[in-house]
Design a protein around this ligand. Structure first.
Ligand code: SPV
Ligand code: MN
Length: 631
């Protein structure tokens, strides 16, 4: 068997590439590659060992194929995804589930045998005109308890190049696996399929199928990063399942350092659905970034530690501007290595996106082809210059605010966990939970958010999204919540849990917060974690005292924060909070067969506190009328 595998590989790979595989000497890698070659018939095979030479080859080939084009600044390139391939395709992203397995009906799935047969058909001969790239990466820092080796096979140089920017090289780690009896690494197979004008043509055969039994994800006939970058949201689904079995967490979270008085720094993770301010929070001025999208959390010596699974950023570019995003601005407007996707190329060969400049170009080239102001698509919708979900990809080490612990194998100790969503009428801008279980249930598991452009479909509809992780769950929702609850109970002093809401509006529909206020909420949370400030107890948690915020606004933003603003932002909205509890309880009752009882218990207690307060003080309670807490 082994010999047959090597014979096939010898016939398909030239000597130099074969040698790179032989050095790794892993039969699971070889067997998987043989299967893929036999199925997909690539024209040739490129094995990337992560060396500067190989990395350069891949970037050069991406330009030569036209998957990326050069922009004006050295190092800047642009890639386009097809017009209908601009976001994660939730409908066609499915778990492959074996007949006898009882899988949560809330998670999109298909019969494993049928799914594999369908993939077999779709992948057959699909790479006949393409080079197949084999890449080795490591999820999490290398040489760490958090490290997970990952093998990416793709025929897209854009995917390969993006992953080189986004993930740590794992060739050395694969060498160390030598002789291991099991295929204890994640595998990702991607093909962009046939191209037309450099974009995937057979979009109706776009599939992302996840096989948690074998730790393999298949992605085909798509290019958009969220569907194709194996180590991003595809690996996340596998890692959630693995962490569940092994007692650790994979979360849709940024990870950042928040500077307190003196040299004190506290680390926070934050889970927000896509397009809700996750990246901009992790990039707040004066603080440091470890990661902006995915974190692994493990317990080390009675403390919760976290790492960034990635080492780069696949960030949303919409709205990025010089004033609000000075650090990103520099990277996006000087000669750094950046892959732009789905922005407009102007006549000066510069990228353009909404928010870059008030002056909108009259014409250019974008994801719809040649573009001019007023151009409409087949459904008569006006095509904006850049897609709302247009992105930039950079390595975090190009950012001047990158945290010193990015690659620390131990990760960083987590002081606080934040949950945030797009919520126009219910939650206050920042609030601390009473304890771990209260936070996990009422802030994490009860999270809702108004939809955005990061997935295909309508925007502006309130959606249930526990821990912002619903799209990526590979275990039943109830089990996932329970797993979170248990995780915090294993340590004597778990991180504090917060909610934030940047999207609260008044009755007239005006936002009650400005973009920069985020800095204040995060500083307040850091102060709270160190017992520097007291708070006010409301039926739903602990909120800041006016004086502390006033002090922080002055110190951090040099702004006078008025009591009037405070009252508007921190008024407890009882009817909206009650309605939210009802919605969430209903979902857990009707849809989540395995919902732990504690969810109902804690939500019921919260409801009772809200009703008591309503009886005494009415529907809308000013924070000034509520009592401060002792600690
Ligand atoms: C998100 O949508 O949450 C992202 C981008 O971080 S994607 O890779 O599409 O998931
Ligand atoms: Mn994300």
């Amino acid at each position: 068997m082994g010999d047959k595998v090597m014979d096939l590989l010898k016939s398909k790979l030239d000597k130099a590439h074969l040698k790179k595989l032989e050095t790794i000497n892993n039969k699971h890698v070889n067997e998987f590659l043989k299967k893929v070659i036999t199925l997909c018939h690539p024209k040739d095979v490129y094995v990337c060992d992560g060396s500067d030479r190989d990395v350069k080859d891949i970037k050069d080939q991406s330009l030569a194929h036209g998957e990326e084009r050069k922009l004006k600044w050295e190092g800047h390139t642009i890639h386009f995804d097809g017009y209908y391939d601009q976001a994660r395709d939730k409908e066609n992203t499915k778990f492959l589930v074996s007949e006898n397995v009882n899988f949560d009906p809330n998670l999109n799935q298909t019969d494993r045998k049928k799914g594999l047969a369908e993939l077999n058909e779709i992948f057959k001969g699909i790479m006949k005109d393409h080079t197949l790239y084999v890449l080795f990466f490591c999820l999490g820092p290398t040489d760490s308890r958090f490290s997970l080796p990952a093998l990416q096979i793709t025929d897209s140089t854009y995917v390969a190049h993006s992953e080189i920017l986004l993930y740590r090289q794992g060739y050395e780690q694969f060498k160390k696996l030598k002789g291991s009896a099991s295929a204890d690494f994640f595998r990702f197979l991607h093909s962009e399929g046939e191209l037309e004008g450099n974009v995937s043509k057979d979009i109706e055969k776009r599939r992302v199928y996840i096989d948690v039994e074998e730790n393999i994800v298949y992605s085909v006939n798509t290019q958009y990063g969220g569907n194709t970058l194996g180590l991003k949201k595809l690996a996340m689904r596998l890692a959630i399942n693995k962490g569940y079995r092994e007692g650790w967490l994979t979360e849709h979270m940024f990870l950042m350092g928040v500077n307190g008085p003196g040299k004190r720094k506290g680390y926070f993770t934050g889970a927000f659905p896509s397009l809700c301010g996750k990246t901009s929070t992790s990039m707040l001025p004066g603080e440091t970034i470890v990661g902006d999208d995915i974190a692994y959390l493990r317990i080390i010596k009675d403390k919760v530690h976290a790492v960034n699974v990635e080492k780069g950023m696949f960030g949303i570019i919409d709205g990025v501007n010089e004033k609000d995003d000075p650090i990103l601005w520099k990277v996006l407007n000087r000669p750094y290595e950046v892959i732009f996707s789905n922005v407009l190329i102007t006549e000066e060969n510069l990228p353009f996106w909404k928010g870059k400049d008030p002056h909108i170009p009259e014409k250019g080239f974008n994801h719809s082809g040649q573009w001019y102001l007023g151009k409409t698509d087949s459904k008569d919708n006006e095509i904006p210059p850049a897609h709302k979900n247009a992105r930039f990809t950079v390595s975090l080490d190009t950012l001047e605010n990158v945290d010193e612990n990015l690659d620390n194998p131990k990760g960083v100790e987590v002081a606080g966990i934040i949950y945030g969503g797009r919520d126009s009428d219910t939650s206050v801008p920042v609030e601390e939970s009473f304890d771990w279980a209260h936070g996990i249930v009422t802030k994490g598991a009860a999270l809702e958010s108004e939809t955005t452009a990061a997935t295909l479909g309508k925007v502006g509809i309130r959606k249930f999204n526990p821990m912002s992780n619903l799209d990526f769950l590979s275990i039943p929702i109830g089990a996932y919540v329970e797993h979170n609850l248990k995780f915090g109970k294993k340590v004597s002093k778990p991180p504090r849990i917060y909610s934030v809401n940047y999207f609260l509006k008044d009755d007239q529909g005006n936002f009650l917060n400005s973009k920069t206020d985020k800095s204040i909420w995060i500083k307040w949370m850091a102060w709270r974690c160190h017992n520097d400030v007291k708070g006010i107890k409301t039926p739903t948690g602990i909120i800041p005292l006016y004086e502390d915020l006033k002090d922080l606004f002055k110190k951090v933003l040099d702004r006078n924060y008025t009591q009037d603003d405070y009252i508007k932002q921190f008024t407890v909205r009882i009817p909206e909070n009650l309605a939210k509890i009802e919605r969430v309880v209903n979902i857990y009752k009707k849809k989540v067969a395995d919902a732990p009882q504690i969810i109902f218990k804690l939500l019921e207690e919260q409801k009772k506190r809200l009703l008591d307060a309503q009886n005494k003080m009415g529907d809308y309670i000013s924070p000034l009328d509520l009592p401060p807490v002792d600690k």
